[in-house]
Structures are given as structure tokens and as C-alpha cells.
Design a protein around this ligand. Structure first.
Ligand SMILES: Cc1cc2nc3c(=O)[nH]c(=O)nc-3n(C[C@H](O)[C@H](O)[C@H](O)COP(=O)(O)O)c2cc1C
Length: 398
């Protein structure tokens, strides 16, 4: 049921409620990251080191959030990042994501490890659904999944390449988190002390990865399996096979980005997986300008890792992204208040983008560039106007 008044005005509000409502095992699965989780924290804190330059007296009565990506128009410059097992946070999470994507007009990326099948998500989200591929048990099995996506009508495929092995996530190891669930005594206690989540999850049936069922109906998903088959040769094979848009996700190196571009990908998705793969990874937002410089001004770039509000989205767009994807905050909002929570949080992001654009004196997303980023070095010199290149280098250093 939709709540009339959401209590969500920020990601932090959603996170606080999610933490109360979810069994710890589930909350930790979402929030947890690799190693000591410093990479994950840096992704977020690095946004605070980037400042924006206000401009005054521009006519900003009408700001448009509409944007284009790979020839497609979107009403807002953001979408939902692929995340496995979303229904763990709320039994209708995937349905809510699909409905909200259609209502607001943005893409939602279904994970290979989703709790909804490729076919069902296509039915629910229509052309708003993208499909994210993890290399599976073999090239044959992976390409079979790609075929399913093509037959189901997807036109955008996202190949994730930053999980050659699932990293050591200490919270999951400590909690004994597995997919599908293993009902250990501590998990039982965790669920018993969160009856609201447990009863609603029971009523809908325990979520499972829905894309890994063999012909006998047996689930064959292995969360710990190596995905290192997603190599350069596989990318070439996939490019030959997939007729639609192909995006490569999990790229943080300018050298890799150039090679991916040369192999015919339609876009690169700059991401460090929210710090879930490598603790010592640099903040994704610091890498974005370097990758923009490597691929040139016109090549489509998507970005995620550390986005927590509309102002962060503006910063990513200004520093080289064409489109921004939202990860953990969407799951926190769904856990907190279901569809109403997701809607409330995304409306906050929309409103923040709009008011920040007004502060910066711009009225369209295409006007966002290094020109809106405060450049301390330039401010000390001959004024605030600077070359885009200088601003990009500054942002990369911070
Ligand atoms: C619970 C969870 C599950 C995820 N599952 C996937 C996945 O199946 N495939 C994928 O490419 N990325 C996956 N990711 C990574 C996200 O797509 C995204 O890169 C990351 O959440 C961005 O970091 P942020 O949430 O801190 O902004 C997952 C992230 C979370 C939090």
C-alpha cells in the first residue's frame, strides 16, 4: 500500500529506516563492501571535496532535466544500477523499480543475479528495462542468457567486467550470507527479531536468483563462481552477437576504456562496483574525468559509485558522465517504505538537481561541464573561467 507521507527526504533517512527494518544479514549485504570498506566510504566522501561555482542573475525559471544517451531521450539524467536479489529488501522491489522507471521515464538495469527473471522484467518495465550480464558457468551459458534477453525484447545489454572473482566481503562472511539462503541459527534469530520483514517475505516466498534455473527447475546459481571469462575475447564475441546497445560496466582505467571503445562498445560505465570489489580502489568520481579525457568528448559514459543525492548527480555530469546510475540508495528506500519510499527518494533527487542547476545558472543538463566546478587554482589566478581540461585535471587530483 502507498504511504501518504513519506519520511524520506534524503538517502540518510532511507538508510536509517532500512537499517531498522531489515534483518542485519540483509542490510549488511547491501551496505557491505570489500575488505575494510574504505573504498566504499571514499566513493562517497570524495564528492564533498568537489565544489560547485554558483552563478547569479541568470534566467533559470525553467530548468529541464531531460537528457539523451545513445540516441535515446530520458526525462531525467539517472537510472537504476544493476543489483542482484533486490526482492530481498522488499517483496515487490523489482515490480516497484519497473513501475517507477516507467512513471518517471528512466532505465532500470536488471542484474543476471536478479530475483526476477529476464522475461518477467521485460514484461513489467518494457523498453525501460536493460539487462546486465555476468559471465556465467561458460561462454555458451552466458551467450544463452544474452539470447534470452534478445528474445525478450531488450535493446541494451550491460556487460559487467569488474568481478573476475567475488571479493571478500567481511560482513557477508561473518553473517554467513549466502544466495539462496542457508537458515543458520543466527539467521533464524535475525529473522525472528525482524518480524515485519520476515512475514512479508514469507508471504511472497523467499526470493531466489531467477535466471539460473535448469530444465529440472533446480537453481544453479553459484555466487562465488569465477566470472573471469568476461575477458577481451569474450567482449569481441559478444559484440559480434549482440545487435543492440552494448555497455561495458566496471571500468576505472583510461587504458581499458580506450580498448573497450576500440572493440565497438556503445558506451562505458565508469564504476568501481560501489567499493564492493577492491578496498583500495580510488574514488570512482576521481577517475571519471580521466576516462572522459581518454575516450573523447562525445563517447557515451555512464557513472555510478557513491551517488547519494541530486547534487552528486550534477557533479558526475559536470565531470564527464552523460548519465548517472543509482545503487544502494534505491535499495535503502525500498526497504524503508517500498514503492512509496523509492518514489520519494527519487523525487528528492529530481528536486535537488533542479534547484542546484538554478544555483549554477544553467537550465539544461547539456550545459553542465567543468565550467560549473569550482577550480581553486584558477580562482587564485586570473579568475574563475578556465579551460575544461584544467578543471578535469583538478578534479582528478582531488
Ligand atoms: C546489493 C547490491 C547488489 C549488486 N549487484 C550487482 C550486480 O548483480 N551486477 C552489477 O553489475 N553490479 C551490482 N552491484 C553494483 C551496483 O551496480 C553499483 O555499481 C554500486 O551499487 C554503486 O555503488 P553505490 O551503491 O555505493 O552508489 C550491486 C550493488 C549492491 C549494493
Amino acid at each position: 500500500m502507498m504511504r501518504k507521507n513519506s519520511r524520506i527526504f534524503s538517502t540518510e533517512d532511507a538508510r536509517r529506516q532500512a537499517k531498522r527494518r531489515l534483518p542485519r544479514l540483509i542490510f549488511d549485504f547491501i551496505e557491505g563492501a570489500a575488505g575494510r570498506e574504505t573504498g566504499s566510504a571514499r566513493n562517497v566522501s570524495q564528492f564533498d571535496n568537489i565544489m560547485l561555482q554558483p552563478r547569479v542573475m541568470a534566467d533559470v525559471a525553467q530548468c529541464s532535466l531531460a537528457t539523451e544517451l545513445m540516441g535515446q531521450s530520458y526525462k531525467v539524467p539517472f537510472g537504476i544500477a544493476p543489483m542482484g536479489m533486490c526482492n530481498l529488501v522488499h517483496p515487490k522491489a523489482d515490480t516497484s523499480l519497473a513501475d517507477t522507471a516507467k512513471a518517471i521515464g528512466f532505465p532500470v538495469c536488471l542484474s543476471s543475479a536478479a530475483s526476477t527473471s529476464i522475461e518477467d522484467m521485460a514484461g513489467m518495465a518494457g523498453s525501460h528495462a536493460w539487462f546486465q550480464l555476468y559471465f556465467g558457468a561458460s561462454e555458451e551459458a552466458s551467450l544463452a542468457m544474452v539470447d534470452r534477453a534478445r528474445v525478450a525484447g531488450y535493446d541494451t545489454l550491460v556487460l559487467t567486467v569488474d568481478v573476475p572473482q567475488v571479493s571478500r566481503r567481511v560482513r557477508d562472511l561473518r553473517n554467513g550470507f549466502t544466495v539462496p539462503f542457508a537458515m543458520t541459527p543466527s539467521a533464524f534469530m535475525d529473522f525472528a527479531t525482524h518480524p515485519r520483514w520476515s512475514l512479508s517475505t514469507l508471504a511472497f516466498g523467499a526470493p531466489r536468483p531467477m535466471n539460473f534455473t535448469d530444465s529440472n527447475g533446480v537453481n544453479t546459481f553459484d555466487r562465488g563462481a569465477s566470472r573471469s571469462g568476461a575477458d577481451w575475447a569474450f567482449l569481441e564475441a559478444l559484440r559480434g552477437k549482440w545487435p543492440g546497445k552494448l555497455i561495458v560496466k566496471g571500468v576505472t582505467s583510461a587504458t581499458d576504456a580506450r580498448r573497450i571503445r576500440s572493440l565497438g562498445a556503445d558506451a562505458i560505465y565508469v564504476s568501481n562496483h560501489g567499493g564492493r570489489q577492491l578496498d583500495s580502489v580510488p574514488p570512482a568520481i576521481s577517475l571519471l574525468p580521466l576516462i572522459r579525457e581518454a575516450v573523447g568528448p562525445d563517447f557515451p559514459l555512464l557513472f555510478d559509485s557513491g551517488i547519494r543525492n541530486g547534487e552528486d548527480i550534477i557533479k558526475a555530469l559536470a565531470l564527464g558522465a552523460d548519465f548517472v546510475m543509482i545503487g544502494r540508495p534505491a535499495l535503502f528506500a525500498l526497504a524503508a517504505e517500498g514503492a512509496a519510499g523509492l518514489n520519494a527518494l527519487l523525487k528528492c533527487f529530481e528536486a535537488e538537481i533542479s534547484v542546484v542547476m538554478a544555483q549554477l545558472g544553467v537550465t539544461s543538463i547539456s550545459q553542465l561541464g567543468p565550467n560549473v566546478v569550482f577550480d581553486n587554482a584558477a580562482a587564485k589566478g586570473d579568475g574563475l573561467e578556465k579551460t575544461p581540461r584544467a578543471a578535469l585535471q583538478l578534479a582528478a587530483k582531488t
